[in-house]
Design a protein around this ligand. Structure first.
Ligand code: TYM
Length: 327
């Protein structure tokens, strides 16, 4: 059985990009692998968070994991800060990462853009992410395409440390990405990715949005003036994004969708997509509402932390030994 690890930041409700890029893979992979799914709360404090809200958001994300179909009997679900090995291994990796490679990370460049100085945590964010992954001897990391560079860095760090401290120090993981076209873009600006932090609420569809918000966001989504429904990410990023979302949620191929909308305008495509999205997320919302306020959710997170910690402790003992740390 391969070991799978992934995480999501508790910085607001999950959107369709998180769902289609990462969470659908989480559910698929748990059938045949040993999966560990983490709410990466320590990553979220690389930008200021309201402590009360953060506590709630951790449970929101965990409840959404379960609501989309992550099964706590098959997978470990826990909060990152409940397992101290993440921070500990993060430091050890930090001593093996270079400022040059970290300053080339596009996510850091975007987040620090225009600022004279940025928190050191934001700069070292990808090293903590590498620690998350390497702490569990992970083989596969299911993530959206936007995390490719971070996965590459994780592999580089693992290979570098193995070269210096022994080939069995870390398992070198592989990213698992959905096909290139499956990157979900912002509805108001299809040249940038759908994101939790974009100021325009209509740029994304959250898994907890109601039908009227979904309708508004899709009907107002940016397309183009050609009026022909075809798939072309470069020339027609808006229509292509809608087709991608439609295809991913309905299981119909983009080619079949393009054929079935031949001769029709964007209005019909958008109207149908509203229905597809609303129907796809209704059962997720139902399950979320059932679990979110329960003790069961807290118990699942506590049990997950215990199981995660047992694995992490073993890795930390091995890694410390290889580095000559401790007695
Ligand atoms: P985060 O919280 O930004 O996003 C969670 C997951 O959703 C994917 N994603 C997308 N996929 C397709 N289209 C989009 N528009 C889109 N937006 C987000 C992300 O790729 C991610 O898989 N650094 C990570 C969290 C993390 C992590 C880890 C992931 C920390 N440690 C260890 C895996 C393994 C992040 O910021 O995800």
């Amino acid at each position: 059985m391969a070991r799978v690890f992934s995480g999501v930041q508790p910085t607001g409700n999950l959107h369709l990009g998180n769902y289609l890029g990462a969470l659908t893979q989480f559910v698929e992979l748990q059938e045949e692998n040993e999966c560990i799914y983490c709410v990466v709360d320590m990553h979220s404090i690389t930008v200021p968070q309201d402590p009360k809200l953060l506590k709630e958001h951790i449970k929101d994300i965990a409840a959404l994991y379960l609501a989309v179909g992550v099964d706590p009997k098959k997978s470990i679900v826990f909060a990152q800060s409940d397992v101290s090995g993440h921070a500990e291994l993060g430091w050890i990796l930090m001593c093996n990462a270079y400022t040059g490679e970290l300053s080339r990370m596009t996510q850091f460049k975007q987040k620090a853009q225009g600022k004279e100085s940025a928190p050191a945590g934001l700069f070292s964010y990808p090293v903590l992410m590498a620690a998350d992954i390497l702490l569990y001897d992970t083989d596969i990391v299911p993530v959206g395409n936007d995390q490719k560079q971070h996965i590459e860095l994780t592999r580089d760090l693992a290979i570098r440390v193995n070269g210096k401290y022994g080939e069995d120090t870390f398992v070198v993981p592989d990213g698992r990405f959905l096909k290139e076209g499956a990157r979900i873009m912002a509805l108001d600006d299809p040249t940038s990715k759908m994101s939790k932090s974009a100021p325009n609420e209509l740029s994304r569809i959250s898994l907890l949005d109601d039908a009227s918000k979904i309708k508004k966001a899709i009907m107002k989504s940016t397309t183009d003036s050609e009026g022909v429904i075809r798939f072309d990410i470069k020339e027609k990023p808006g229509v292509s994004n809608l087709l991608n979302i439609y295809s991913a949620l309905s299981g119909k191929s983009v080619e079949d969708l393009v054929k079935s909308y031949e001769g029709q305008g964007y209005g019909n495509l958008k109207k149908d997509l509203v229905e597809v999205v609303v129907n796809a997320i209704a059962p997720i919302q139902e399950r979320y509402n059932q679990i979110r306020q329960t003790q069961e959710l807290v118990d699942i997170l506590n049990d997950g932390a215990e199981r995660a910690n047992a694995i992490a402790e073993k890795t930390m003992a091995r890694v410390k030994d290889h580095f000559g740390l401790g007695l």
